[in-house]
Design a protein around this ligand. Structure first.
Ligand SMILES: [Zn+2]
Length: 203
């Protein structure tokens, strides 16, 4: 079965180790799970195939369940930023590393916009985000490195980015998005629940 190996970054012919099929009599749906490994690097995959028995179309295309395919970008992240990030990811998969860095920088600008930062340039915007407590010091440092590599990627004709650097830039961007839009929100809700229950207990 063909599968995209995230480690080899190539489509490989996965070797079947085991599979399991379950038929649900109520919905007339057959679901097959296959456990595969990459013939080159031995990375494991779990694939899922679905067959709606009553429509006679046969099995659907296999989909990869593990490792997850969309890098699990949270739905809490605004749509424009999810689009910018997934474009960065597409560039990375196409081995267009300079374009990856440029799209990551664009994602960073989007994070500042979403937080209503009005600074004229990104360097000042990031400082403002740090001062307002939207990002803390370590994330500010990450973000500033992303900004600089994005600048170099956009303006230096001879500038090169290695595979590893592009991968890191992409992962920092992902972490920033999750931090600013997911964890912060979760933490605020957590604090609110705590104070609500304290208030309820006090009454
Ligand atoms: Zn592999």
């Amino acid at each position: 079965m063909l599968v995209e190996c995230t480690f080899c970054e190539a489509v490989v012919d996965g070797q079947l180790i085991a599979d399991h099929t379950r038929f649900d009599e109520e919905s007339l749906v057959e679901v097959k799970y296959s456990f595969l490994k990459c013939p080159k690097c031995a990375q494991p995959f779990i694939m899922i195939e679905v067959n709606h028995v009553d429509d006679n179309d046969g099995w659907d295309e296999p989909r990869r369940l593990y490792p997850p395919t969309d890098r699990g970008i949270s739905l809490a992240i605004p749509n424009s930023l999810r689009l910018a990030y997934s474009e960065a990811y597409t560039c990375f998969k196409a081995k267009a590393y300079i374009a990856t860095a440029i799209m990551c920088r664009k994602t960073l600008e989007g994070i500042a916009d979403e937080n209503e930062i009005t600074a004229r340039n990104l360097a000042t915007a990031l400082k403002e985000m740090k001062e307002k407590g939207i990002i803390e010091n370590r994330l500010y440092e990450w973000a500033d490195v992303l900004r600089i590599s994005g600048n170099e990627a956009a303006h230096g004709v001879n500038f090169q980015i290695t595979h590893q650097d592009a991968k890191d830039i992409l992962e920092f961007t992902h972490a920033l998005l999750e931090y600013v839009f997911t964890f912060q929100e979760k933490f605020d809700q957590f604090k609110k629940r705590q104070s609500d229950s304290k208030n309820a207990n006090a009454q």
